[in-house]
Write a protein that binds this ligand. Structure first.
Ligand code: GLY
Length: 397
């Protein structure tokens, strides 16, 4: 990907300026527009954009009478299996110790069951492990070592999930953002560490230094700016998928490697039934990608489904959940700019919406929702605020 230093600086520095100018509650484009865009066809599958490549198979399966949860799992398993998607499953960005820890949950509408696993190591398809918890235990949620042992007992292979690609980006983070890693004082490679809180003038120097360390680690030149972005703005990745068939059966699944460089044991919103995913056969299904900590506090997916139950459109239901996040910060834009959230909402009649807190993570790359209702497509989500988010931690300007 072509991503020049100028582009990066525009993203990181100018983005902050534009937020202050534009970061106001955007006038809603109107639910009518959002409703018109979502035709209300069945069957239908909606997912995060990284599910796009896997929609055809899942849609054909659903159309042939396949189960709605299995259809959703076919979509999310794609990025789980893909070592190049570093936000989910194999190749996911690891925790601060360099260990990949995965989270997932699912809900099966027709039988009103749920399953979840959190903080799981060494198991690639945690979406399927969550389904196994649902089908083969009397519990709903297993975490950590117990979840891993359960998955192995169920026949899931133990695998090393850390790819070279993700290990090198983690190393870049580790060498530049932690205290004791990197060459020591006695090494000819020793360099004075960057100031902890650089001023605006230091920012370019900081990027130059990161590029130098990235080169030393062996990150390919065309990957360096992408890696640096992930170091400065740790991503949350994630995929959600909801599937609805002609009969009105509906299910959902969400899976993730979670926030990059997180503390070991940190569990985000994705395995939390009601936050990362919620499905009610009578109403619809919803899921989330973005800042997990914020979504847990508003029980986003459950809030959306309950809003729909009480008559809101999927669009209004999603916007309301976003506004609850804003309310938790009393509308403080200096903090809200460091988080982001995208909600995917699918009502039982096939009407859907994709809404986001911000336009995207970086300029020119809007958040999108992938849809298949006979026609496969990507659509921009409607955002509450204009501008791009900068994920936590803030890079001092
Ligand atoms: N939404 C994914 C996470 O925060 O872990």
């Amino acid at each position: 990907m072509a991503f020049s230093r100028r582009d990066f600086l525009s993203t990181a520095v100018m983005g902050a300026v534009s937020l202050r100018l534009e970061g106001e509650d955007r006038k809603k484009p109107g639910p009518d527009k959002a409703e018109a865009a979502s035709a209300g066809k069945r069957p239908i599958i909606i997912s995060a954009a990284n599910g796009f490549d896997y929609l055809n198979d899942a849609f054909a399966f659903l159309k042939d009478g396949g189960d709605t949860l299995d259809a959703a799992l076919k979509v999310v398993q794609g990025p789980e299996d893909d070592p190049n998607d570093d936000s989910v499953g194999l190749g996911g960005l690891p925790n601060e110790e360099g260990v990949v820890e995965l989270d997932s949950c699912c809900m099966h509408g027709p039988t009103r069951r749920a399953g979840s696993v959190g903080g799981v190591r060494n198991i690639k398809n945690v979406s399927l492990a969550a389904k196994a918890v649902m089908e083969h235990t009397g519990h709903v949620m297993l975490v950590g070592e117990g979840a891993e042992r359960f998955a192995v007992a169920q026949g899931f292979p133990r695998e090393n999930l850390l790819t070279e690609h993700s290990r090198k980006i983690w190393l870049l983070w580790k060498e530049t953002h932690s205290d004791w890693w990197g060459p020591g004082l006695s090494s000819p490679e020793w360099h004075r560490r960057l100031p902890a809180a650089p001023h605006a003038d230091d920012f370019e120097r900081r990027i130059e230094r990161l590029k130098q360390v990235a080169a030393e680690i062996g990150i390919e030149p065309e990957q360096r700016m992408l890696a640096i972005r992930k170091v400065l703005f740790p991503p949350t990745g994630t995929i959600h998928c909801s599937a609805l068939n002609e009969k009105g059966d509906i299910s959902g699944s969400t899976t993730t490697s979670g926030l990059a460089w997180k503390l070991p044991g940190r569990v985000g919103d994705s395995p939390i039934i009601g936050a990362g995913c919620y499905t009610d056969q009578d109403v619809g299904s919803a899921g989330a990608t973005g800042s997990g900590e914020e979504n847990i506090k508003v029980a986003g997916a459950h809030t959306i489904v309950e809003n729909m139950r009480h008559g809101m459109s999927p669009f209004d239901a999603g916007m309301d959940a976003l506004k609850r996040i804003v309310r938790n910060y009393n509308g403080d834009m200096d903090r809200l700019r460091y988080m982001d959230m995208t909600y995917y909402a699918l009502r039982k009649d096939g009407v859907y919406a994709g809404v986001s807190l911000w336009d995207g993570y970086e300029p020119g790359k809007p958040h999108k929702i992938a849809v298949h209702d006979g026609t496969k497509r990507l659509e921009k989500t409607v955002s509450l605020f204009a501008g791009v988010s900068q994920e936590w931690p803030p890079t001092p300007q």
